[in-house]
Design a protein around this ligand. Structure first.
Ligand code: ADP
Length: 415
């Protein structure tokens, strides 16, 4: 961390200015215990200093640039040095290794390749490990199905919503999970719940593990579940030192959810001291007695900018997902519409699809309304729509939350 502080000070950018304001003039002035008094950086800093104002390395040392998807607002651009790509390959190889992937494995990588970090991140890690990787990228589902059948890969990497989509596409052609060769999948880049995990494991006959990351920090591989991490994600904390802070920016104890903050200890292209991710999770120690000594984090419970405040009640979309998909009659496709046309009385309108198109939709709507009221304390308007009415994400991230402030209803059937 001292070397990181020295690098930031030498680069003389925004972070250097803030460090000097805090009285830090050299790395030797600080220790990890001082972190809570050091300044944060945010996505806004990336936007304010677009495109490369957060870069610390000279331009000639930059070997590639990636961009965030821009889920909330404008994308950000991040410059990587060769050393950063090496760190990325290392943490991704580690994530894949923890999932049981080896030189003998065949990885079907259906994350998008390009500016988005998903595809190339997995790719770097798989090649570092010596596995075979098929850079199929996202989309063109028919070709994906063909290659999954012909090449018999044992590892699948893609977004969890696309994993569901692929699994359903196989099921609709009569191909069962037993006929597939997949053993394990690393799914991430978007929020998902235990209920979706159960669905994916059933559809594809594999062990579904959660992988987390973000472009500003490096991309996928910041944290990842391993076969033995007991449902939490091992944080690559030797490279990305994690903290969790409350709304006031003060650290909260392990086990308590708050906003994840990462310090990139080893990065040189765009190193960050205390980057506020906007992602909400809790930290925990390693599995007691395990050979793995890294701290772990829970799955991402939501994003600070995704939290809905409905008539005074705070709700994360992931809580809604958990209630909906706990009902076996509901297919893993839904859309939450936050109806803010009347700002004084926001409402949630939720579209779901039934597993059985011939089932009793009236009783399903009533039961889901009651379950949401019991769990969240708010009354939502639930509509069961015919199959294939909720939009799917074939490339990129699933959009499961839409704000409706004016104009026509975002999804017909929810008016
Ligand atoms: P953004 O989507 O914010 O524009 P990125 O494409 O870099 O930028 O994606 C990073 C974001 O994706 C994270 O900050 C987080 O909100 C989300 N994300 C990534 N992996 C996961 C995961 N496993 N679970 C939940 N959310 C995730």
């Amino acid at each position: 961390m001292r070397r990181l502080v020295d690098r930031l000070l030498a680069a003389g950018g925004v972070q250097a200015g803030r460090l000097r304001t805090c009285g830090v003039d050299r790395g030797a002035d600080v220790s990890l215990d001082d972190l809570p008094r050091l300044p944060f950086v945010t996505k806004q800093d990336f936007w304010d200093h677009y495109p490369f104002g957060m870069r610390s390395a000279p331009a000639e040392d930059v070997v590639c640039v990636h961009g965030s998807s821009g889920t909330k607002g404008r994308p950000t651009l991040v410059a990587y040095t060769a050393r950063d790509v090496d760190v990325w390959a290392q943490v991704m190889a580690r994530a894949l290794g923890g999932a049981g992937v080896s030189r003998r494995s065949f990885v079907h990588c259906a994350y998008g390749y390009g500016l988005f970090t998903g595809g190339l991140g997995v790719h770097h890690g798989a090649t570092r490990l010596g596995a075979t990787v098929l850079p199929v990228s996202s989309g063109a589902t028919d070709r994906q199905l063909r290659l999954l059948l012909d090449l018999r890969p044992n590892v699948l990497c893609c977004t969890p919503s696309y994993a569901v989509y692929l699994g359903e596409a196989f099921a609709s052609t009569g191909i069962t999970a037993e006929q597939l060769s997949l053993r394990v999948g690393l799914f991430g880049a978007e929020p998902w719940t235990e209920e979706i995990r159960v669905g994916i494991e059933g559809l594809l006959g594999l062990r579904a593990l959660n992988i987390y990351g973000l472009t500003e920090v490096i991309g996928p591989g910041v944290a990842c579940e391993s076969l033995d991490s007991e449902g939490l994600l091992n944080v690559a904390e030797d490279h990305f030192f994690p903290e969790v802070v409350g709304p006031d920016g003060r650290p909260v104890p392990d086990g308590e959810p708050g906003e994840l903050v990462f310090t990139t200890l080893t990065k040189t292209g765009t190193p960050l001291l205390r980057y506020r991710t906007g992602d909400v999770a809790a930290l925990s120690g390693p599995v007691p007695g395990s050979a793995r000594t890294l701290r772990r984090m829970t799955r991402v419970l939501g994003r600070t900018d995704d939290m809905l405040i409905i008539r005074g009640v705070n709700v994360f979309p992931s809580e809604i997902e958990a209630v909906l998909l706990a009902d076996p009659r509901v297919a893993p496709h839904y859309l939450v519409v936050e109806d803010r046309r009347d700002r004084s009385r926001p409402e949630l309108r939720i579209a779901v699809e039934p597993r059985d198109p011939l089932g009793d939709t009236g009783s399903l709507e009533r039961d889901l309304t009651a379950a949401l009221l019991a769990r969240l304390g708010i009354r939502c308007l639930v509509r069961v729509l015919p199959p294939d009415h909720v939009p799917r994400a074939v490339t990129g991230k699933a959009q499961r939350l839409v704000r409706w402030e004016h104009g026509v209803v975002p999804l017909p059937g929810l008016e």
